[in-house]
Design a binder for this molecule. Structure first.
Ligand SMILES: NC(=O)c1ccc[n+]([C@@H]2O[C@H](COP(=O)([O-])OP(=O)(O)OC[C@H]3O[C@@H](n4cnc5c(N)ncnc54)[C@H](OP(=O)(O)O)[C@@H]3O)[C@@H](O)[C@H]2O)c1
Length: 348
C-alpha cells in the first residue's frame, strides 16, 4: 500500500517546487535530450533532493534525485517533464519511481516524444501513483523550446544567427566580416553553438571565411556541433578547415526557398535535432522565405559600415509589405554589442 502524501502540499507549493526543478536545469545543456529537473519532497513538505539531467548516457533527473535516499514511501516527486517509460541508454524512470515507493508525482509537462506521449503518466497511474499535471507547462516548454518543437515536428529546430553592423550589414563588399562583434559577443555565440546539434553554413561563407564552427569556450567539454555545408552548383574549395571535422555536405537547390524542407529532412535523417544557421546572406534568405526559422539571434556590433557592403539577408526589399514581422523576446547588451532574440511573427 502506498502511503498518501501529506496534504500540506498545496497549489502554490507545487508551483514553487516546479520552479525549483526548472532552476536546477539552468546550467544544463543535455541536447539532444530534454532539460529535466526533479525535486523530492517528504510527507512534511520538506525538500529532500533536487537533481537535473546532464546529458545523453547519464542518469535521468528522477533517478539522480532518488539516489542516496533510503525510504521515500509517502514522498512526492515534482518533475518538470513526464517520466520516460521506455528503455533508452538508461532504464525507464517510471520503474525507478514505482520501485522506490513514491506516492505522488507532479508532472510539469507531458513529453512530446512519440516514444512517451502520456505513456509514462499512464504507467505510473496503473501502479497506483497519484499523478498530477502542473499548470506551469508553458514555463516548462519555454525552458526547452528546442526539444519541444523538434519532438513535435520531427525536423530540427532552426536558429538563425547573424552578426551585423548597426546599419544592418553582415560583411564588407569584399566579403570580409571578421570581426563585426567583440570577443564577449563571439563567446556568447559559442554558447548558442554548444546548445545545437549542428551548425550550418552556405558555400559562400565557407569560401569567404573558412570558419571552424567549434565551441572553444574555456572549460567546455561537451559535444561539438556537427558542421553542415549547404552547397549549390559551384565546386566547394579544395581546402577548408571544416573538412577536418567530417562535415555533412548537403546539395541545396540554390537561393530560392524551395529545397529547404528537403535539407531539413536530410538533417533529421542524420539524427540532427537542432541546427544553428551561421550564414550567410543567401542561406538566411532561403530559410526565412521557406518559413523554416524557429528563432532568430541577431548580434548588433557597435560599428557603422556605411555604403553598401553585404546586407544581412539577400534579396530585394521592394515594398514595405515584404518586411518580415518579428516578435522580439529578449534584448541585452553583451560587452559593447547588443543581442536581440526574436521569433518570426508572420508577414505584415
Ligand atoms: N556576419 C555574419 O553573421 C556572417 C555570417 C556568415 C557569413 N557572413 C558573410 O556572408 C558572406 C557569404 O554569404 P553569401 O550570401 O555569399 O553565401 P552563403 O549564404 O554562405 O552561401 C550561399 C551559397 O550556398 C549554396 N546554397 C545551396 N543551397 C542553397 C539554398 N537553398 N539557399 C541558399 N544558398 C544555397 C549556394 O552555393 P553555390 O555557390 O555552390 O551555388 C549559394 O551560392 C561572406 O561575406 C561572409 O563573411 C557573415
Amino acid at each position: 500500500m502506498r502511503r498518501a502524501v501529506d496534504n500540506q502540499l498545496d497549489g502554490s507549493d507545487v508551483d514553487e517546487l516546479m520552479r525549483r526543478g526548472l532552476q536546477a536545469t539552468a546550467t544544463t545543456l543535455p541536447h539532444p535530450n530534454p532539460r529535466v529537473g526533479a525535486v523530492i519532497v517528504n510527507p512534511q513538505g520538506e525538500v529532500v533532493a533536487v537533481a537535473a539531467h546532464k546529458g545523453p548516457g547519464t542518469p535521468h533527473a528522477e533517478r539522480l534525485a532518488l539516489e542516496g535516499l533510503d525510504d521515500v514511501s509517502g514522498h512526492a516527486m515534482v518533475v518538470t517533464l513526464e517520466p520516460c517509460n521506455h528503455h533508452g541508454r538508461t532504464p525507464p524512470c517510471t520503474d525507478a519511481i514505482i520501485e522506490a515507493g513514491i506516492s505522488r508525482v507532479i508532472v510539469g509537462s507531458r513529453d512530446p516524444d512519440p516514444l512517451v506521449r502520456g505513456a509514462g503518466i499512464e504507467r505510473l497511474r496503473n501502479a497506483g501513483i497519484d499523478v498530477v499535471e502542473s499548470s506551469l507547462s508553458n514555463l516548462v516548454e519555454a525552458n526547452d523550446p528546442v526539444y519541444f518543437a523538434n519532438r513535435r515536428a520531427g525536423t530540427p529546430f532552426v536558429t538563425l544567427k547573424l552578426a551585423m553592423t548597426l546599419d544592418g550589414q553582415i560583411a564588407a563588399a569584399d566579403g570580409t566580416s571578421q570581426w563585426i562583434t567583440g570577443p564577449q559577443a563571439r563567446s556568447d555565440a559559442q554558447t548558442i553553438r554548444a546548445a545545437h546539434d549542428a551548425v550550418l553554413i552556405g558555400a559562400g561563407t565557407l569560401r569567404c571565411d573558412d570558419p571552424r564552427l567549434t565551441v572553444r569556450l574555456e572549460g567546455y567539454d561537451g559535444p561539438q556541433p556537427r558542421p553542415v555545408i549547404l552547397k549549390g552548383h559551384s565546386q566547394l574549395p579544395p581546402k577548408a578547415r571544416l573538412y577536418e571535422r567530417n562535415p555533412l555536405v548537403i546539395e541545396g537547390t540554390g537561393v530560392s526557398g524551395t529545397g529547404v524542407d528537403e535539407v531539413l529532412d536530410q538533417l533529421a535523417d542524420a539524427g540532427i535535432r537542432s541546427v544553428l544557421i551561421e550564414g550567410g546572406a543567401r542561406i538566411a534568405r532561403s530559410f526565412l522565405e521557406a518559413g523554416a526559422v524557429d528563432e532568430l539571434v541577431l548580434y548588433i556590433g557597435a560599428k557603422l559600415a556605411g555604403g553598401t557592403g553585404r546586407p544581412a539577408i539577400d534579396g530585394r526589399f521592394a515594398t514595405i509589405t515584404d518586411a518580415i514581422a518579428l516578435e522580439i523576446t529578449d534584448v541585452r547588451t553583451i560587452g559593447s554589442d547588443v543581442r536581440i532574440t526574436a521569433h518570426i511573427g508572420g508577414r505584415n
